[in-house]
Design a protein around this ligand. Structure first.
Ligand SMILES: C[S@@+](CC[C@H](N)C(=O)[O-])C[C@H]1O[C@@H](n2cnc3c(N)ncnc32)[C@H](O)[C@@H]1O
Length: 257
């Protein structure tokens, strides 16, 4: 078996440890008919993250966690598959499948190496899954490989601006101060956190998507709704009303003639 990269091992242990803290949010999202996204729970009707065409489509959620994004896709007529490498997160997802009477395949594995053949899916999606915990130079080529021509990659990540301004102590909200360089940003480790995140400058992300045969269709800078609240301390509403906390990227696999 190929060596597992250090970030994959460390993030697996981290998510096994964190999983119990994500059960309540997972249930709230499984219960919700309308998808809501990110740390401020922005309604789908305000942000439009889901692909326009879902019914009858094959979808893969990369880093599915508790599985609610796949559940939203399944309820809209897609055939989702969720992959995650945390057994504890998958256990929560399986519990919710039973509780809500919705079944779809859940795989334990690294989203950078997915055991499906080329062109198996019409949609690849990630909300704070592979999109921040996997190396973009590994997971984005893999997502592109898994998509059929014309298929769509959609992912939500913490914004590059928040990554530049986020405090080392994640319990303190970001301020209007750039704390780290943009150039060279890739692997990001926060002090006292055992996990490893990945963030690319937007220019590098565009280069990577294009190099993988994906055409960038949209970059949505997410804004919190009027009645927004959050349980996450690393950013407050005042900052989030002025700067994007999150970015949603949409890209489509080119059709080759
Ligand atoms: C914040 S959760 C997001 C998932 C989903 N939106 C949710 O909230 O349940 C991040 C997930 O990414 C998963 N993850 C991290 N690294 C991964 C990898 N290399 N392969 C697959 N999943 C991974 C974690 O196990 C975790 O369940």
């Amino acid at each position: 078996m190929a060596d597992v990269p250090e970030h994959v091992e460390r993030n697996e242990a981290y998510w096994d440890d964190q999983a119990h803290d994500y059960v309540a949010d997972g249930r709230r999202n499984w219960e919700s008919e309308e998808p809501t996204w990110g740390v401020f729970s922005v309604p789908e009707s305000e942000v439009g993250m889901l692909p326009k065409e879902i019914e009858g489509r094959d979808a893969i959620e990369l880093g599915c966690g508790t599985g609610y994004v796949s559940a939203w896709l399944a309820r809209r007529g897609a055939r989702p598959v969720g992959i995650d490498n945390s057994e504890a997160q998958l256990a929560t997802a399986r519990t919710f499948q039973r509780e809500f009477g919705l079944d779809f395949p859940l795989l334990k594995g690294n989203a950078e190496e997915v055991p499906y053949s080329d062109g198996s899916f019409d949609i690849a999606i990630s909300e704070y899954g592979a999109s921040i915990w996997c190396d973009p130079y590994r997971w984005i080529p893999e997502a592109a490989r898994l998509l059929r021509p014309g298929g769509e990659l959609v992912f939500l990540v913490g914004s590059i601006l928040l990554t530049l301004c986020g405090r080392d102590d994640g319990n303190e909200p970001a301020r209007d101060e750039l704390l780290r360089p943009l150039f060279g940003m890739h692997q990001v480790e926060w002090p006292d956190e055992p996990s490893i995140e990945f963030h690319l400058p937007q220019g590098k992300m565009i280069d990577l998507l294009r190099d993988c045969g994906l055409s960038v269709e949209q970059l949505i800078e997410v804004r919190p709704p009027d009645d927004a609240t959050t349980r996450y301390p690393h950013v407050d509403l005042d900052w989030a009303r002025r700067y994007p906390v999150e970015e949603i990227w949409r890209a489509r696999k080119l059709r080759v003639s």
